[in-house]
Design a protein around this ligand. Structure first.
Ligand SMILES: Nc1ccn([C@@H]2O[C@H](COP(=O)(O)OP(=O)(O)OP(=O)(O)O)[C@@H](O)[C@H]2O)c(=O)n1
Ligand SMILES: C[C@](O)(CO)[C@H](O)COP(=O)(O)O
Length: 231
């Protein structure tokens, strides 16, 4: 993986170093079994199904022993997780550089906890963004009416016409993303936010509602049902 090829390659970076505090599980939610397998297995097998991905790097917490106990992935697993998702991603980008990726290569950052991602959606993002100057993200137009809450009561209703729910993967050039995250620090909750802070406008690529992030206890049953429906 040395040298700077003229054609940019595609790398995947999977932040997998969270605690899942909102999920109510005993351990990190990404290792809970869903559809008969640890959640992160589904995530990794979707990326393994995209031939254009040169390498996948998984960022785990320094104390994480899951992949040593379950050594079944061809992905590069690095215990460089940080205190926030943004820090985990920034550390992972440094590791990708160390593994031979260049600033010109594309990086697709994807939450381990979005285990319903499919090779088709990943391909859709790559096809939509690979000729774009900025890059972009999968997203879903907001379906519900949106309220501002104040002391448990509705203070206002917001026009939802231009609102999207940001999903992952989010795909940007490695160099641009590194610079953006360095400038944004821990404030941003996604890569797009860091790129936007540089005055750029990432491309919104429509994806379905099924690519949700397993966050709350009830999300496990929904993920299970979607996986069952696919079999
Ligand atoms: N310090 C962190 C925090 C989060 N993540 C990862 O970022 C993704 C999205 O984050 P989220 O769903 O918020 O996960 P958690 O931080 O684990 O959940 P919670 O906020 O409920 O604690 C997850 O795959 C999670 O493992 C990470 O790599 N490093
Ligand atoms: C990146 C993300 O999945 C986009 O919806 C989301 O922002 C991550 O969630 P977190 O709770 O902020 O880690």
């Amino acid at each position: 993986m040395n040298g700077t090829p003229s054609t940019p390659r595609y790398f995947a970076l999977i932040p997998c170093a969270g605690n899942g505090s909102r999920a109510g599980t005993a351990g990190p939610k990404q290792y809970e079994r869903v559809g008969g397998q640890p959640m992160v297995w589904h995530t990794l097998s979707a990326f393994a199904g995209v031939k254009r991905i040169a390498r996948t790097l998984v960022v785990v917490a320094p104390s994480d022993g899951f992949f040593e106990r379950n050594p079944t992935t061809s992905a590069l697993v690095v215990p460089c997780g940080g205190a926030t998702r943004a820090a985990s991603v920034a550390n992972g980008l440094r590791e990708l550089r160390r593994a031979g990726a260049t600033d010109n290569d594309w990086v697709l950052v994807h939450d381990a906890a979005r285990c319903l991602i499919t090779p088709e959606l990943i391909d859709r993002l790559i096809d939509s963004c690979s000729k774009d100057e900025v890059g972009g993200l999968l997203a879903h137009p907001l379906a519900d009416t949106l309220k501002i809450g104040e002391d448990g009561r509705v203070a206002a209703t917001i026009d939802r016409g231009d609102k999207w729910q940001a999903q992952t993967p989010q795909m940007f050039r490695l160099g641009m993303l590194r610079q953006a995250l360095e400038a944004a620090g821990d404030k941003v909750t996604d890569e797009s936010g860091a790129i936007e802070a540089m005055g750029l406008k990432p491309l919104l690529v429509e994806a379905g509602a099924q690519n949700f992030k397993v966050t709350y206890p009830e999300d496990f049953a929904m993920a299970e049902a979607v996986l069952r429906g696919r079999r």
